[in-house]
Design a protein around this ligand. Sequence first.
Ligand SMILES: [Fe+2]
Ligand SMILES: [Fe+2]
Length: 297
Amino acid sequence: MGTLQRRRMQCNAADELFTKPSNLEGKQMNSHKKYDRPIQIGEGIYWVGFYEEESNLHCNPYLIVEDDKAVLIDSGSRPDFAIVLRKILQASVDPNQIIGLIYQHFDPDLCGSMPNMIDICENKNLKIFSEIANNVFITYYIDREKHHLLDSIDNHDYKFTFNNRTLLFIKTPYSHSQGSFVTYDVKTKTLFTSDLFGSFSTKWDLFLKLDNDCITCADYNNCKNKKDYCPLPDILTFHRKLMPCEKSLKHAMSEIKNLDINMIAPQHGSILPNRRDVYFLIQKLEYLKGVGIDSIL
Ligand SMILES: [Fe+2]
Ligand SMILES: [Fe+2]
């Protein structure tokens, strides 16, 4: 089967998800139609995830496009593949333009679709970027003959430049995996943080902007503004459950806090587009108590 024919079949399969929705998908489409298409969140940066009403763990893959080249960050799970592919095509990016697949750690919610992504990204310069400790496990997602595509940020002085775009990689060990890292886009000052700054929220929106009162609030169960949902407890609970200990989370925040950040784009939960909220949450997480094993011992 030719490449074009195969790609057309992939697109048709992705289209089917939307033109013949199950009851659940139909309900999602009606309630959150705005998320049916890729959403540009910054210059050349597209959110290519999807809204799922019943889920409290939304996964956010991101596509960064610079002229004729693109990279995909934390592409998503195996079941997410068709929808993410559709969003990439809707962003007018041919998968052949993708020269880098970046995986900020090795969990299946971000790496599950890796073999499918490798199959559709037929660019001869394609690289899969992760970190040495992650790659030990990432090899199990892909066939042996594709292992040569695996590369480590350690081999590239923690930076990757394509066309006019430079991405910096900052290690955040044990937040939550040994090889976890975050990715900083120099052009837009966007920080892609994988599980850091994620949330278990059931009341999801793509963007989260905190109220002025949230910054000084001392009791998240008693909203001054009488809002029926406060996002902060879900964010803090997520970090307490997912991060191994206070020390590793504190270290991650100390690595991040000196960066000049306009926006945080996490793999779960919502994007933080306000600088004030970014630095407020960094400080909140830096001193968070009861994280991981620290909540037990
Ligand atoms: Fe994870
Ligand atoms: Fe995750």
